[in-house]
Design a protein around this ligand. Structure first.
Ligand code: CA
Length: 364
């Protein structure tokens, strides 16, 4: 009896402490945990609505958030151009026009050059390594810090895995073939391409097919077979190059307006984080599962010619990449911190992956 009373008393004391420590406006207040407030969110994206893997990945994230929160957050997804143009997602979420966005951080290189290290780094880390850096190597903390002054909270939402090198209408034999070539290629890869003599352009995915067909661009990269088949690039270009030296993965981003995020109860914040993590893995699995079948269709049904970049060309790109990183990594104090963190982690993980993944790939 005594023991039971003691437990009861302790329980009551705990409840009392929790309640007394709980000021009404505090986020951690127990009484706000299961609030019935409904958060109606809009998610703007940089992709055509329902586009394979990218658009459906955004849908997956929206559905997960709505389901996991029991409808306390509802998320409506908008394709690029429906609410705001694809390349204005960052500004729209920052300003609160939409509470959430899905895009790629390298699209904002004119505004936040340092953000490119969170998107895709030529000859840099692959999907496995990027996730390790972001979740367990301090990467996401730096990203969060970088975006906080833009009123945004970032999350990794979708890895593409190693991309393809792009679509061309002529074969690439040497660096001479790169000179003056107008190619859609974003981010750091685009800058490297420029230094190597090419002429990079940044266009949203939805404009690529027409641009390629009308000769507005000579070449384009997008993602990989699964996505590129869906856009029908094989109707406008003949040669399909690999590997995607410029994007060993693209880490796509889910961005949340900071005020909208801060207004959430703690359990809902956790749901956002967890749903983003789940969508991040889901997209990589989706691409990995579908790319080979799509590549077979491109080659066997549409007569696409698969080509590998000459070693000489890759070596030349790699040389320029190092110079570009040093410059971008020195644009600001924060850029330096991000670049140093990325570089240190990439060096370490490479030496581990050399004796694990790489040795295994060679052995199997
Ligand atoms: Ca790409």
């Amino acid at each position: 009896m005594k023991r039971r009373n003691l437990i009861k008393a302790l329980g009551a004391a705990t409840v009392a402490t929790t309640l007394s420590a709980c000021k009404p406006k505090e986020q951690n207040c127990g009484t706000t945990q299961s609030s019935n407030k409904i958060h109606k969110w809009k998610m703007v994206t940089a992709w055509p609505k329902n586009f394979p893997a990218l658009g459906t990945g955004a849908n997956f994230l929206a559905e997960k958030i709505t389901t996991m929160s029991g409808g306390r957050i509802t998320v409506s997804v908008y394709g690029g151009g429906e609410l705001v143009p694809p390349l204005e997602v960052f500004d729209a979420v920052s300003a609160g026009t939409a509470q959430m966005g899905h895009a790629g951080s390298y699209y904002w290189k004119g505004k936040v050059p340092e953000a490119q290290f969170f998107g895709a780094v030529p000859f840099g880390m692959n999907a496995q390594e990027m996730n390790a850096w972001l979740y367990h190597g301090g990467g996401l903390e730096l990203w969060t810090q970088l975006y906080s002054k833009h009123n945004l909270v970032p999350f990794p939402v979708g890895q593409t895995g190693v991309q393809m090198g792009g679509w061309f209408n002529k074969e690439i034999y040497s660096m001479a073939d790169i000179q003056g070539l107008v190619m859609r290629i974003p981010g750091l890869g685009g800058e490297v391409f420029k230094r190597a003599g090419g002429s990079p352009k940044l266009l949203p995915g939805s404009e690529l097919f027409t641009s390629l067909q009308t000769g507005n661009i000579d070449a384009t990269e997008w993602v990989g077979p699964y996505n590129d088949l869906a856009f029908g690039f094989y109707q406008a270009a003949k040669y399909y190059y690999y590997p995607g030296w410029h994007e060993p993965t693209a880490c796509l981003e889910g961005i949340v307006n900071k005020e909208a995020y801060d207004a959430l109860e703690d359990d809902l914040k956790e749901i956002i984080k967890t749903a983003c993590m789940s969508a991040n893995q889901n997209m990589l699995s989706d691409f990995t599962a579908k790319n080979k079948t799509a590549l077979d269709t491109l080659i066997n049904k549409h007569n696409v010619q698969l080509r590998q970049y000459p070693k000489e060309v890759l070596e030349e790109f790699k040389k320029h990449a190092q110079i570009v990183f040093d410059e971008v990594g020195n644009t600001s104090k924060m850029g330096k911190r991000i670049y140093n963190s990325y570089k240190t982690f990439a060096t370490q993980t490479k030496s581990w992956l050399d004796i694990s993944e790489k040795a295994y790939f060679e052995a199997r």
